[in-house]
Design a protein around this ligand. Structure first.
Ligand code: SF4
Ligand code: SF4
Ligand code: SF4
Length: 389
C-alpha cells in the first residue's frame, strides 16, 4: 500500500444514495461496496480519488472534498499573494457550466473571470506541461542509453518507462504493484512543476516572499487534490500547490461572485511563466503526454522532426493502443525501434504491468491515464445531468 495517507477526497452521502449500484460499474479499483438497494460506501484504502463515481452517480450522492472556503479566505487576506494556474482540459469544459456547447474554448473569458475574482497572477499550466514533456523525453533517452549499454547511463532507470502525471495511476501502482515503481518516470506532473516554479522563480521575479505566496490550481481532476498534499511536493521548503479546485468549483465561484461570464471580454494569461509551445494542449487527451514526450525524444536523438504516429488497437480493446516508432540515433549511428503503448482506464493496465514484471513486455514507453479518454473526462469536469434526464 501507499505509505502516504491523505485526506479522503471522495465521499458518498448515505442520505442521498439510492443503491442503484451504477458507481460500482465505473470504479476502476473496486473500491465501492454495496449491492442493489443498499447504501453504497467507499473503501478509501483502495480508492484512487479519480471521481469517476462522482460524475456518474445519477442521484448526485457523491461529492469531493471542497477547498472553496479556504480559497476565498486566501483571496480576502491582504497578506497573501494568490497565483493561479489552469490546466488545458479546463478551458474546453468550463463553458458548459454557463450553458455553452461542450468543447467551446473559453480560455479568454476564463482568464478575465480569474482577474475579477481577485487573483494577483493568472497563469496557464501549459508552460509546465512543456517542462514535463522535456523531463520525460530526456529521461526516456537516458533509459534507452542504459538499456543499450552506453557508458555513463548505468544509473538511469529500466525500460519500459511509464508516464507519471496521473496521480490516480500513481496511487494505484503504489497500492497494487509497488515493484513497478522504478519503471515510472520521476518527472513531477505539470501541476506540481508549476507550483514549484511559482514559489521559487516567479516569487523571486515578482519580489514576493514565497511564504506569502498562495498557489492555486484549477484542474479537471479530483485526484489532483490528493496529489498536492503528497509530502514530497515541498522541495523548495514551501508547498508547491496550496489548494486545488476543480472545473466545477471554479464555475461555482464565478457564479457566487455574480460575474457575467458569457459577456466577459477575452483576456490573456500573465506572461511571466506563460509562454508555451502549444504541444501541451494535447495533454488532456489520452495519448497526448506520450506523443509529446516521444516527439521531444525523437528530435533530441535524431535532430529531425517526427512525422505522424500510426497507432493500432491491440487485443481488440480500444483503451489500449500501440505503435512502433523508428528513431535514428545520431550519436550511436543506429536506428532504434521504440514500441509505445497508451492505456486509459486502470482496469486495462493490469496485464501490461504483469507482462513488464515477468520480463515479457515488448514496450519501451507506456502512457497510463485513469479516466476514459483522458483528463478531458476527469472527475472534476462538469456533470452532464442531461444523461440522466
Ligand atoms: S451511483 Fe450514486 S446512488 Fe447509485 S449506488 Fe452509487 S452512490 Fe448510490
Ligand atoms: S473516486 Fe474513483 S477509485 Fe474512488 S471510489 Fe470513486 S471511482 Fe472508485
Ligand atoms: S486521467 Fe487526468 S483527470 Fe483522470 S485521474 Fe488521471 S490526471 Fe486526473
Amino acid at each position: 500500500m501507499s505509505t502516504f495517507t491523505s485526506r479522503d477526497i471522495i465521499h458518498v452521502d448515505p442520505s442521498i444514495c439510492k443503491g442503484c449500484d451504477h458507481c460500482t460499474s465505473v470504479c476502476p479499483t473496486r473500491a465501492i461496496h454495496g449491492t442493489i438497494g443498499e447504501k453504497h460506501r467507499i473503501d478509501h484504502r483502495k480508492c484512487v480519488n479519480c471521481g469517476q463515481c462522482l460524475i456518474n452517480c445519477p442521484f448526485g450522492a457523491i461529492s469531493d472534498l471542497s477547498a472553496l472556503d479556504t480559497l476565498v479566505q486566501a483571496l480576502n487576506d491582504p497578506n497573501k499573494y494568490v497565483v493561479i494556474q489552469v490546466a488545458p482540459a479546463v478551458r474546453v469544459a468550463l463553458g458548459e457550466e454557463f450553458g455553452m456547447q461542450p468543447g467551446t474554448n473559453v480560455k479568454g473569458k476564463m482568464f478575465a473571470a480569474l482577474r475579477q475574482l481577485g487573483f494577483d497572477q493568472v497563469y496557464d499550466t501549459e508552460f509546465a506541461a512543456d517542462l514535463t514533456i522535456m523531463e520525460e523525453g530526456t529521461e526516456l533517452i537516458h533509459r534507452i542509453y542504459n538499456y543499450a549499454g552506453v557508458a555513463g547511463f548505468e544509473e538511469s532507470g529500466p525500460l519500459p518507462q511509464f508516464t507519471s502525471c496521473c496521480p490516480a495511476w500513481i496511487k494505484y501502482a503504489e497500492d497494487r504493484y509497488p515493484h513497478i515503481l522504478p519503471h515510472i518516470s520521476s518527472a513531477k506532473s505539470p501541476q506540481q512543476m508549476f507550483g514549484a516554479i511559482a514559489k521559487t522563480y516567479a516569487a523571486q521575479k515578482l519580489d514576493v516572499d514565497p511564504a506569502k505566496m498562495y498557489s492555486v490550481s484549477v484542474m479537471p481532476c479530483t485526484a489532483k487534490k490528493y496529489e498536492c498534499d503528497r509530502p514530497e511536493f515541498i522541495a523548495s521548503g514551501y508547498k508547491d500547490v496550496d489548494v486545488v479546485i476543480t472545473t466545477r468549483e471554479l464555475a461555482n465561484l464565478i457564479k457566487q461572485q455574480g460575474i457575467d461570464f458569457r459577456n466577459l471580454n477575452d483576456e490573456e494569461a500573465d506572461r511571466l511563466i506563460g509562454s508555451s509551445t502549444g504541444a501541451a494542449t494535447i495533454f488532456g487527451v489520452t495519448g497526448g503526454v506520450m506523443e509529446a514526450a516521444l516527439r521531444t525524444a525523437y528530435e533530441l536523438l535524431s535532430g529531425k522532426t517526427l512525422g505522424k504516429i500510426e497507432f493500432k488497437k491491440v487485443r481488440g480493446l480500444k483503451p489500449i493502443r500501440e505503435a512502433t516508432v523508428e528513431i535514428p540515433v545520431k550519436d550511436l549511428g543506429v536506428t532504434v525501434p521504440v514500441n509505445v503503448c497508451i492505456v486509459h482506464g486502470l482496469k486495462h493496465v493490469n496485464g501490461i504491468i504483469e507482462d513488464v514484471l515477468a520480463g515479457r513486455s515488448k514496450y519501451h514507453f507506456i502512457e497510463v491515464m485513469n479516466c476514459p479518454g483522458g483528463c478531458i473526462n476527469g472527475g472534476g469536469q462538469p456533470i452532464r445531468h442531461e444523461m440522466y434526464a
